[in-house]
Design a protein around this ligand. Sequence first.
Ligand code: NDP
Ligand code: MG
Ligand code: MG
Length: 341
Amino acid sequence: MAEMFYDDDADLSVIQGRKVAVIGYGSQGHAHALNLRDSGVDVRVGLAEGSRSKAKAEAEGLRVLPVAEAVQEADLIVILTPDQVQRKVYAESIEPHLKDGAALFFGHGFNIRFGYITAPESVDVAMVAPKGPGHLVRREYVDGRGVPVLVAVEKDASGKAWDLAKSYAKAIGGLRAGGIKTTFTEETETDLFGEQAVLCGGASQLVQYGFETLIEAGYQPEVAYFECLHELKLIVDLMYEGGIAKQRWSVSDTAEYGDYVSGPRVIDAHVKENMQAVLKDIQDGTFAKRFIDDQDAGSPEFSALRAKGEQHPIEKTGRELRSLMSWIKPADSDYTEGTAA
Ligand code: NDP
Ligand code: MG
Ligand code: MG
């Protein structure tokens, strides 16, 4: 059984004794900065000159500084910019200003695991990785709950990095839900695998294929949308509450029988072999290199794939239908339909 941490296992005063610089104020950055601040931690936000998120952070009463100045003031720096820019931000604006005895924190292990960032020997390197989107990390905290976190220490220079990491995890609300002890390697590889094979890649492709199969057979797109996308949330909610077993308990016997006989026909053994190949590319760095090389070239492949995804007919059908569903209220005001920014 994995080692788990809860609120009683961590001392909030450890992180309250630190000066924290949160670098980046996006999905995770805003949630960490605000949750830390509301937990009584001394927080400043570090952003590049001309940053779009500066006004948002200042509207919340946070102090915003250029990254280098935020790092100079701080003794704990948490890097929450997109993974693909972390290496540059680190080399240019963080490393030259890191104090001996400071701590470097991450929300995902990508740059440490694949060697894009190497911290000095005297610095603690740790990770508190929420297992949920940043907007939920903030929303749950405000509601008195939390999103579970993975906690890891890559380098315990001070001998006290675990106490610090657990304290940080408590301050962002993660230990209300539970923290799991892991390593940078395990977090990075399983996170990439989960999002590629199941959560994002697998689920998106499954929904698209289902929708395409129905409309190519002449069924109405609106009906196909409900069957293949809209209802997925209801099924996933049941799995979340009680596992696959509760989903099967709740659906009709017809649906449950169809699950058993047709599920393995659609997702057959070959799919598992594909998943193993995807995992291998993650483990040996092939995926990381492809992603970072494309980003360094101005992201031609990424941009083309994003545009192609947005043009899939399910998006048009979905936009029209959701505009009629008054009960679906977009909770995230900074997301605009049709712009995957
Ligand atoms: P976002 O894309 O939301 O981060 C955007 C923020 O980073 C903005 O404030 C942006 O500023 C700033 N930024 C971008 N480039 C730079 C730069 N060169 N210098 C300084 N600031 C910059 O990131 P996420 O929150 O998605 O991801 C952050 C980390 O958290 C990653 O390591 C990710 O893997 C991890 N993570 C993310 C999850 C999520 O929910 N998204 C879940 C779990 C982990 P501006 O507004 O000016 O563009
Ligand atoms: Mg991820
Ligand atoms: Mg049905």
